[in-house]
Design a protein around this ligand. Structure first.
Ligand SMILES: [Zn+2]
Length: 255
């Protein structure tokens, strides 16, 4: 089945906007939605600033388990297609809601991480922010004596305004916007695609199913992210992308 999906080669400034659905094929546990671990763990005990202030060791025990689980996962074909797209077209920007670092491990650079990174720590005392890939993390305290905390956006945390501005700038200047595996319901995932729409970009929503934001998109291929991305961007040069039939394509035009 052939669908008239946009080809990377036809665009100069591409933004990939990625969410949990992209990393699902790598085995990264999802934190929201059906089967999400918040069904088993109460975030108020493990993933908010109040919990950290109450019991930082307990919060770190939990995050050590998350780091160990993520460290055992590998980037999948979807991550690799995006990194390859960035190599082919240096104007390509990756904006992600994922904290797993799999974009970087697949070779992507300059990744805008809206929700921070599981592989960075920061200190509320001396304001140090640095990469740390130790599992389990050691030491848990900064040189200044304060506990380090994961540099991720926990429940009840605000997003870093500087990071959001970088994302907004990328979206406002893109000519192709590709959303991959995001439900589009959590701020800012519900708002950011509108910027690309309003700036006149061609928009593609790659997802297993429709989302509350689906109506915003010009093209809506349905299927596993890695399969759809491979079909869109690694098809024969100069040919229209062939989408595997099991990636059910419902590509339609915004009217
Ligand atoms: Zn410190």
């Amino acid at each position: 089945m052939t669908a008239a999906l946009p080809r990377l080669e036809d665009f100069r400034r591409v933004v990939f906007f990625t969410g949990a659905g992209l990393s699902a094929a790598s085995g990264i546990p999802t934190y929201r939605g059906r089967g999400g671990i918040w069904g088993d763990y109460n975030y108020e005990e493990y993933a908010c600033q109040r919990a950290f202030e109450r019991d930082p060791e307990k919060v770190w025990d939990f995050h050590d388990r998350r780091r160990a689980a993520v460290a055992a996962c590998e980037p999948n074909a979807g991550h690799r297609v995006i990194a390859e797209a960035q190599r082919r077209q240096p104007g390509t920007v990756v904006v992600t809601q994922n904290i797993d670092g799999l974009h970087q491990r697949s070779g992507a650079s300059g990744v805008i991480e809206l929700h921070g990174s599981l592989w960075r720590v920061r200190c509320g005392g001396c304001r140090t922010v640095r990469e740390d890939r130790s599992v389990p993390i050691a030491p848990r305290r900064c040189a200044c004596g304060e506990f380090l905390r994961p540099d991720i956006v926990w429940f009840e945390d605000a997003l870093d305004p500087a990071v959001v501005r970088r994302a907004e700038t990328a979206l406002g200047g893109c000519d192709l916007f590709v959303s991959v595996g995001t439900s589009g319901v959590v701020y800012p995932a519900a708002e950011l695609p509108r910027i690309a729409v309003e700036s006149g970009a061609t928009t593609v929503e790659v997802n297993l199913e429709d989302t509350p934001a689906t109506h915003l998109y010009d093209h809506r291929p349905r299927g596993p992210a890695s399969e759809v991305l491979e079909a869109m961007f690694q098809g024969p040069a100069g040919a229209q992308a062939d989408i595997p039939s099991r990636a059910r394509v419902a590509s339609s035009s915004r009217s």
